[in-house]
Structure formats: C-alpha cells, structure tokens
Design a protein around this ligand. Structure first.
Ligand SMILES: *Cc1c(COP(=O)(O)O)cnc(C)c1O
Length: 232
C-alpha cells in the first residue's frame, strides 16, 4: 500500500473518531458537521489522495493555491477559508462553493457586484488580536442592514478563528461569542433561522467548536501530520 495513503487514512480515522465523540457528547448528529480539509500544507497529489479516502470538501487559504488545486481536483467541493483580494474575485468565484472569509463590507459589495450568485460566511475577529483579519463585532448591525439589498450574495453564516496559542477554554469563549453574534443577527433580521452555518474549529480546538455549535470544521495539520519528507 502507498505509504502516504496509509498515513492519511490513519490521520483521518483519528480525526473522524474525535469528531464522532464530540458530536455524541454534544448530543449532535455527525451529519450536522462538515469536515473541510485545509490542504495548504500539501500538494495537489496528496490532497487528491485524501479526497479519494472520502473527504470531498477541501479548502485553501490562498486564492492562487485554490486555483491550482481546484484545477487538479475539480470533483471536490472547494472552500476558500482565507483572505480574498478583490482583484481575484472573478477567477475564484466559479471554483468555490463557499467563501468562509468575507472580512470587510467592501469585499461583500465587490462580490455582490460580480453579477453571479455566491454563498459566503462573514468572518469576525472576536479574539481581540489586532493583526488578524475579520470584521469587528461592532460592525454587525451595519452589515445586517445591507442584507435586504443583496441579490447575488447569500450570507449563509459566520466564521471565526480562536487566538493563536489559545487554550481550548479560551477558544470555547471565542466560539460561544460567534454563536451569540449570530443570535444578534437573528434578532436584528427578525429571522430565527438566518445564518445557519458556523465555521469554527481547527486542529487545536475542533472538539470544543463542535460543542459550541460548529457546522464547518476547517482542519489541516491533524490530517496531514506525519507526511514530512514524503512525496512531492
Ligand atoms: C490553515 C488554516 C486552517 C487549518 O489550520 P490547522 O490548525 O492546521 O488545522 C483553518 N482555517 C484557516 C483560515 C487556515 O488558514
């Protein structure tokens, strides 16, 4: 058997086991949670091997990498999880099913102006780190006010990242804050079903993210560990 596939299969088994346990503890169904494998640490060939093991949702943080890998694995469902520069919209939109990282009102408006339907999440910076992307929570009402005029963009939920080096308990507070923010949107919009998706949880904190209601986990390192020095 191929060595890389063996390692990927073991990593995936571990991650899936932890996801299943965390779902069980939280009284949630596994089907409520989508695993998005963030492939930025590996090349397209390795990403394809993970896809072949059944991980059909793949994500990239950089648009150019996404273009490359989406061309190599067009059958996958692609997610952009990192910052999108406005000059890269046109080329990126046809390739992605969900943009997790709308981090400014200008980007939201540029997406709307593309005359092409797209599904997005709004990325909020709730951890207080100054050098991190994401909207500040105080902009939530200003954004919610624009929802009524969006024709092309469908805002499907919210995304956040815990602070670097945070403990699971600190991450939990950030994730709970994202859920609270979603509640604020729902009240503002007078729609208890708005923004169904919460993208939160990475290698170090995906189990607490499940406990706090994550619908999309963005996991990289845990899936690709042990591959150093192997393959292209
Ligand atoms: C790299 C990255 C991830 C995955 O991080 P890991 O800690 O390796 O699981 C998730 N989300 C974003 C936005 C990333 O850039």
């Amino acid at each position: 058997m191929d060595r890389i596939t063996d390692i990927l299969r073991n990593n995936l088994k571990d991650v899936e086991g932890r996801i299943a346990s965390a779902c069980a503890r939280a009284g949630r169904n596994r089907s409520e949670v989508t695993l998005v494998a963030v492939t930025k640490y590996v090349g397209a060939a390795t990403a394809r091997q993970l896809f072949a093991l059944g991980v059909t949702n793949l994500g990239e943080s950089r648009p150019q990498e996404l273009w490359k890998k989406a061309a190599a694995i067009p059958e996958a469902t692609w997610h952009l999880v990192g910052h999108l520069q406005r000059n890269k919209l046109e080329r990126t939109l046809p390739l992605v099913s969900l943009i997790h990282s709308v981090d400014s009102i200008r980007l939201l408006e540029a997406l709307e102006a593309q005359d092409r339907p797209c599904q997005v999440l709004l990325e909020f910076n709730l951890s207080g780190e100054v050098n991190k992307t994401g909207l500040p929570a105080r902009e939530s009402d200003a954004i919610a006010r624009r929802f009524g005029v969006l024709r092309n963009v469908r805002v499907e939920g919210l995304m956040t990242m815990a602070a670097l080096d945070s403990t699971p308990e600190q991450a939990r507070e950030t994730f709970a804050a994202l859920r609270d923010l979603r509640q604020r949107f729902r009240e503002f919009l007078n729609n208890p079903a708005a923004l169904p998706n919460l993208s939160m949880g990475m290698t170090n904190d995906y189990e607490v993210a499940i406990a706090e209601g994550a619908t999309h986990l963005r996991i990289g390192s845990a899936l690709f560990r042990g591959l150093e020095g192997l393959g292209p």
